[in-house]
Design a protein around this ligand. Structure first.
Ligand SMILES: [Zn+2]
Length: 224
């Protein structure tokens, strides 16, 4: 019996460990730093986001959809030229939680690799960070990502797609400011609720004594 329990404990330890080592939702609670991330672009809000980030002297992390990069290559280049960090958000934004075909692992790999190639070819950037669509974080996806050399980054807070009044949304983002936070926002839709708030949000984060850094800086992952 003891043997079975210890084997079970070992398996659990292995599974937990293998899930955790390339997967992050936040940085250290001991350091006064947070990261802003923007998903699904380049898109309709990207240029306005870039203007605000420039005005506020903030570097952010953009998880780009490669199918969008191909459509809006000039905007994608502007993001890179402004010195922001660029991560892989796959090619087509497939929801792997509901993916039923038995070629799932191959499909996950294809989605990551095709996006990696587009971002490398079009922007000259080797991506090391990725975020699955819908925050997919099951062990099969994390393992594929890890084998391809990726850190998978989810978020500690994000709800800019929710159908709630702007004021309420802004309040919730402000309440979620804490050491190590990774905030999720979107720059593909016009996203007025987020755009009208971004300046104020940056000011609020700083007024609480937190520095705004890229995800790799927040997590000490060594990518500039
Ligand atoms: Zn997305």
């Amino acid at each position: 019996m003891k043997k079975i329990i210890s084997i079970a404990a070992l398996i659990c330890l292995f599974v937990c460990f293998s899930n955790a080592k390339n997967f992050y939702t936040n940085g250290s609670a001991d350091i006064k730093k947070v990261a802003l991330t923007f998903d699904d672009g380049p898109g309709k809000a990207t240029e306005e986001v870039l203007e605000i980030l420039k005005e506020k002297n903030v570097r952010a992390t953009f998880f780009m959809l490669a199918s969008r990069v191909e459509k809006d290559i000039e905007i994608a280049k502007k993001v890179a030229a402004a010195g922001h960090e660029i991560g892989n958000h796959t090619y087509w934004h497939v929801n792997f939680y509901s993916y039923k075909n038995n070629d799932k692992i191959n499909e996950i790999e294809k989605e990551i690799l095709s996006a990696k190639k587009v971002i490398k070819d079009k922007l000259g950037i080797d991506t090391k960070l990725m975020r699955f669509p819908y925050g997919y974080s099951k062990s099969d996806g994390l393992e594929v990502a890890q084998n391809l050399g990726y850190h998978v980054i989810n978020w500690s807070f994000g709800m800019d797609w929710e159908n709630i009044p702007a004021q309420q949304l802004h309040k919730k983002y402000k309440q979620a400011i804490k050491n190590g936070a990774i905030f999720l926002m979107h720059d593909l839709p016009k996203n007025e609720k987020m755009l009208s708030f971004l300046r104020e949000f940056i000011d609020e984060i700083r007024s609480q004594g937190c520095e705004i850094v890229t995800v790799s800086e927040l997590l000490n992952l060594g990518q500039k």
